[in-house]
Design a binder for this molecule. Structure first.
Ligand code: FAD
Length: 292
């Protein structure tokens, strides 16, 4: 099923789309662990699961397509395969798109990928909108396109306003649904939505939520994301600095409260960054299921 159709259906039912994100295991020998995670995640009856794409762009050992196709086929859960382009040739992209089509994948998240300083990049595609154009050119009828967006602005943009103007290129190139970068302050999300709508961006936007349950995630994920940290969040981290169990529970409670507030404000979708940890994602879902 096409993701925009899922959003349309849920909107008619007056409830948000609930989706999850997983990533391919880094080591081939851990390949099965992703399906063990999905076995546990399926209780949440997600509307779709998205599968990330390695930033390196190496198509030879990329398992995004295989995982997305297996989740769709074996679990009957709709999937979105991510695809990055900054480190890919046009030929690589063509091969991947054909692989998605051959595997009956119907939805692709068109991404640029991060530019890592000092890393040699191909530069055949400069931005996600160029990838979206390529997807459209190759198979407009077979693949629906999603795109990423940034409630606090992408780190390369001078301002949120500039980033939103650039976001329009992606929409113009065919992205029909957006999923946000993680954020911890719902006020930032509401501000972004208001500005995006004022700029004429009318596609559904799903809110990306990452439950922070371990101190190690704070440095790795939180700081890298550039998300601003409201007082409530920093107070939680300080309170549980030396209490891993307490932080685990508080992190889940924080994510649940964030999702409940978003749903009460009419959010179109909640997208949980599961970090392949089904226990945490299921606990967050349990906290919001009465609203879904
Ligand atoms: P773009 O849309 O190209 O934007 C990048 C920057 O360029 C922004 O500052 C934007 O304002 C500007 N810009 C955009 N278009 C134009 C234009 N036409 N002209 C001038 N400026 C422009 N990374 C991965 O490696 N694998 C993944 O699977 C993955 N999944 C993600 C999923 C989500 C929901 C999100 C939010 C991010 C994901 N990322 C992933 C990270 C993403 O690749 C990085 O954030 C990257 O830096 C930007 O990607 P983008 O597609 O938003 O790029």
């Amino acid at each position: 099923m096409r993701i925009p159709d899922i959003f349309k259906q849920r909107a008619e039912e007056g409830r948000p789309v609930f989706s999850l994100e997983v990533f391919p295991p880094k080591r081939k020998k851990n390949k099965e662990s992703i399906y063990e995670a999905v076995d546990k995640l399926k209780v949440t009856q997600p509307d779709f699961i998205s599968v990330t794409y390695g930033a390196g762009g190496n198509i030879a050992d990329n398992s995004t397509c295989e995982i997305a196709a297996t989740i769709k086929r074996e679990y009957g859960i709709e999937t979105v395969a991510h695809l990055t382009c900054i480190n890919s040739t046009r030929e690589d992209v063509k091969v991947m798109i054909q692989r998605f089509r051959d595997s009956h994948i119907e939805n692709v998240m068109a991404l640029r990928g991060d530019i890592v300083p000092g890393e040699d990049i191909k530069r055949e595609f400069a931005h996600a909108n160029e990838l979206a154009i390529e997807v459209q050119r190759q198979c407009a009828d077979d693949l629906d396109i999603l795109g990423a967006c940034y409630p606090e602005g992408h780190y390369e943009s001078k301002s949120l306003e500039e980033d939103i103007q650039n976001l329009k290129y992606k929409i113009g190139a065919g992205a029909r649904v957006l999923i946000t970068q993680l954020f911890f302050d719902n006020k930032e999300f509401y501000r972004f939505i208001k500005l995006a709508r004022q700029s004429g961006i009318n596609v559904p936007v799903s809110a990306g939520i990452m439950p922070i349950v371990k101190a190690s995630q704070i440095e790795k994920t939180v700081q890298l994301s550039g998300a601003s940290l409201p007082h409530k969040f920093t107070a939680m981290i300080a309170d549980y600095e030396h209490d891993p169990k307490g932080l685990y529970q508080a992190g889940i409670d924080y994510a649940v409260a964030q999702c409940r507030d978003l749903i009460e404000h009419g959010v179109q979708g909640i997208h949980i960054y599961t970090m392949n940890d089904p226990k945490v994602a299921v606990r967050v879902w349990e906290g919001v299921r009465d609203l879904l």
